[in-house]
Write a protein that binds this ligand. Structure first.
Ligand code: TRP
Length: 333
């Protein structure tokens, strides 16, 4: 039996990079597999969040996920803080994971920066909560970006140590489903950097709520080079910006970069960019419209998320209870 779990932070309206690199790959799986998708608000507060912003961004991310095609009927879609098992199992895992393991996490080192003493304790134990997210559902398939690989290894170490220490075969092995580098969308200003919400320049990214004009303008001003497009992909190896734009067109038109080059070889960017802008607008306009529609009725959105949390709780609460029995806690009932 396969069960998919993935989480995404409530960082507001996603970028084209979040969409093509992650969210879009989650959509087809809900038709074939038991899928659980979670907006991880407890992870978000490992760095300070202004309350009004956390609330708004949680709704924006949830609305975006639905607008991109995740159906609250087909999958379990909810907000992490609504299901207490995450924080509770996270605590138990704080007591299983070793400080030495956490000290090796490269994301902690990157995020804490120079002043590690000033980082929240939550940021340090972030991977334990992530392990709890997945294992509270006995999920065994986790689609994530390559930057999360180390966290999944840690989750497997936790599962294995728990099983070993308590002499059980309770938590399953997690298989990472690493999203390919091919799906990686780069900055429109620098083809060697990932498209990111934290980039100071809004011109570097396309946000899923950008207007048609904003999309066209950002593509028009995207960094490129003076050469024409080649007829083979290898010739783009040293042209990261060109490679990125070709990849984006392939992704939104459902074809391959090779096929895009076969059609556009010999053209310069003056001709290529309008075709790309048109394709992006055609693909993103319906998503934007649906997202805005959902955000106009926050009551209905919240209700859908609460129903998702009930479905999630029905799976996670018994697994947490069983975990606590194994550990010898006095049964509550
Ligand atoms: N740490 C993940 C990220 O930043 C988000 C996340 C939290 C997650 N819990 C998860 C991803 C569980 C997969 C499974 O991208």
């Amino acid at each position: 039996m396969q069960r998919v779990f993935s989480g995404i932070q409530p960082s507001g309206v996603p970028t084209l990079g979040n969409y093509l690199g992650a969210i879009r790959n989650w959509v087809p799986m809900q038709d074939t597999t038991d899928c659980i998708y979670c907006v991880v608000d407890l992870h978000a507060v490992t760095a300070f969040q202004a309350p009004a912003q956390l609330l708004a961004q949680t709704r924006e991310m949830a609305a975006a996920l639905i607008a991109c095609g995740l159906s609250p009927e087909k999958c379990v879609l909810f907000v992490q803080s609504h299901v207490p098992a995450h924080a509770q199992l996270g605590w138990l895992f704080n007591c299983v994971a070793r400080i030495g393991w956490l000290n090796r996490m490269t994301q902690f080192k990157d995020k804490a920066g120079k002043d590690r003493e000033a980082a929240s304790a939550g940021l340090f134990v972030y991977p334990n909560l992530m392990a709890a997210d997945i294992l509270a559902y006995h999920a065994n398939v986790v689609p994530v970006g390559d930057d999360q690989r180390q966290h999944l290894e840690l989750a497997n170490d936790i599962a294995q140590k728990f099983n070993h220490d308590y002499g059980v075969d309770f938590f399953p092995r997690i298989e990472p489903m690493i999203q390919g580098v091919a799906a990686r969308v780069m900055s429109l200003r620098d083809g060697t950097k990932k498209m990111s919400k934290s980039d100071p320049s809004d011109q570097s990214r396309i946000n899923l709520n950008d207007s048609d004009d904003a999309i066209a303008d950002k593509i028009k001003r995207a960094k490129t080079d003076p050469d024409v497009l080649p007829d083979n992909l290898a010739a783009l190896d040293a042209r990261p910006e060109a490679r990125n734009l070709v990849g984006i067109l392939a992704a939104v038109t459902g074809t391959t970069p090779e096929a895009v080059l076969a059609e556009h070889a010999g053209k310069g960017f003056g001709a290529f960019k309008p075709a790309l802008a048109d394709a992006l607008v055609a693909h993103l306009a319906p998503i934007r419209a649906e997202m805005n529609h959902l955000l106009q009725d926050p009551g209905a959105l919240d209700a859908a998320l609460r129903r998702g949390a009930e479905k999630a709780d029905a799976i996670a609460a018994p697994i947490l209870a069983r975990t606590m029995d194994i550990m010898g806690f006095l049964p509550r009932r």
